[in-house]
Design a protein around this ligand. Structure first.
Ligand code: HEM
Length: 425
């Protein structure tokens, strides 16, 4: 079987943003695709990538088995540019185990409380950055769901918000251009923030017993065989990784859903009147359009990979990748429009115009499809109907907010504030 570079064009001079300075990371890959077609090779910083955008390639991508082409390792390689190693080592409760039976019910109850507090903080009227509100809401809901009792209110909450904002793992793909400086500093700021998280969580653990049946109780039980000091440290690091891995994409997506509704007054009225099914479709649609995800798999053992330009044998050590922002809004002409009615359930209602249904997604396809999709959509729906049902809102932005140009991964983060005016109905 031929090697990738024997069949596919090599996009010379294209670098990825963690290796070389690139102003618009997604734009650079789009240019390479324009020049070389849907399947090509990129060599960047000594690493080799197959990028695929063809229907055949994207379908093969989603079918890759984890044992030979690993999403876990690819994600780790991305996140470890930002996060200190100690947060990954020895974890006993992982973000993938957050969705057992009854878990979502408890997270949504915490969301209800977090929305009450958000209402208190917003007061009757004012101007606010949509993304700042959703981010704070996410911190509060998440910490109430999996940190020690007392971590989602008052001073411990404020300390954790500051620490998690400094420790934000999504910086690895939102600001990949900043990772060289993070490495050069020996992750000084991140290590200090992690120490602060540990201090707050360990302090709360010493003062409070976990609520029976809570995720936090499960995390603590996972460390029952350790002495108190090792147990407290292990619990704090589990909480830190779960919180970092979980909330930030969800709250960015909620931000875009609110921004899109503010820009579509008819849809806004329907959501404000409590139409949850419509609100869920709005959430899916805004997430589709805000997707900046690089989906990648680190090849662990040589793997036969079908592309639109032929079958290649991808060696171990390579990465196979595709980019949602280059498919989700262009795989078919109508996809440039925000249209919640294109969704039925969690799927597109009509895929007739697409060369493959896998060319468009909000939460992924195949074995790695997001396990948090039902929870995320329920949380977004609740937050949208409650906030927009409570307040009359209007945009203070004159042009649609723009994503951070350098971002390559996750749901778009806005490059600037999206200020919204609100007044109690
Ligand atoms: C709107 C919010 C979210 C979006 C748009 C989203 C999107 C995605 C996508 C596209 C994938 C597949 C990636 C791939 O195939 O490479 C994925 C996987 C995953 N997501 Fe989410 N996600 C969201 C929220 C969450 C939350 C809140 C969690 C909480 C823990 C979470 C946990 C995961 C995990 C653990 C996986 C990996 C699953 C696996 O490897 O089998 N996601 N997500």
């Amino acid at each position: 079987m031929p090697a990738p570079q024997d069949v596919l064009p090599v996009a010379d001079g294209v670098g990825l943003p963690w290796d070389v300075a690139v102003g618009d990371a997604v734009g650079a890959i789009a240019d390479a695709r324009g020049a070389h077609g849907d399947d090509f090779v990129v060599i960047s910083g000594g690493d080799r990538y197959v990028f695929t955008f063809s229907p055949t390639g994207v379908e093969s991508f989603y079918a890759l088995p984890e044992e030979v082409a690993s999403k876990g390792l690819a994600d780790y390689r991305m996140l470890c540019r930002k996060l200190p190693d100690e947060i990954f080592t020895g974890r006993r409760t992982l973000p993938g185990s957050l969705f057992r039976r009854d878990d979502v019910t408890s997270y949504l109850a915490h969301l209800g409380h977090a929305l009450d507090v958000t209402g208190d903080e917003l007061g009757e009227r004012g101007d606010v950055d949509v993304f700042a509100v959703t981010r704070r809401l996410g911190h509060r809901m998440g910490l109430a769901s999996w940190a020690a009792p007392g971590c989602a209110d008052g001073e411990p909450f404020e300390r954790l918000v500051r620490a998690f904002d400094a420790l934000d793992g999504s910086d690895a793909f939102v600001h990949p251009d900043a990772m060289a400086a993070v490495a050069a500093s020996g992750k000084r700021v991140e290590r200090a923030a992690l120490a602060e998280v540990a201090d707050v969580v360990e302090g709360a653990l010493a003062r409070h017993d976990p609520a029976p049946g809570s995720l936090f109780a499960r995390i603590v039980a996972g460390w029952a065989d350790q002495d108190p000091e090792a147990r407290a440290r292990g619990v704090a690091m589990d909480v830190a990784l779960i919180h970092i891995a979980s909330m930030s994409n969800l709250m960015a997506a909620l931000g875009w859903a609110i921004v899109d509704l503010v820009e579509h007054p008819d849809a806004l009225r329907t959501v404000a009147n409590g139409d949850e099914d419509f609100a869920r479709r709005c959430a899916l649609e805004s997430t589709r359009m805000a997707q900046r995800s690089i989906m990648s798999r680190a090849v662990l053992a040589p793997v036969e990979f079908r592309t639109g330009a032929g079958v290649v044998d991808v060696p171990a050590g390579w990465t196979i990748a595709t980019l949602l922002p280059l498919l989700n809004t262009s795989a078919e002409p109508s996809l440039t429009e925000w249209d919640p009615d294109r969704w039925r359930g969690h799927r597109l209602a009509d895929v007739g115009g697409l060369a493959s249904p896998m060319l468009v997604t909000a939460f992924g396809h195949g074995r790695h499809t997001c396990p948090a999709q039902p929870f995320s959509l329920a949380a977004m729906t609740t937050a949208m109907t409650r906030l927009l049902g409570r307040y009359d809102v209007s945009a203070r932005w004159s042009a649609h907010p723009r994503p951070v140009a350098a971002q390559i991964g996750g749901v778009a983060r806005s490059a600037g504030p999206a200020t919204m005016r609100y007044a109690l109905r």
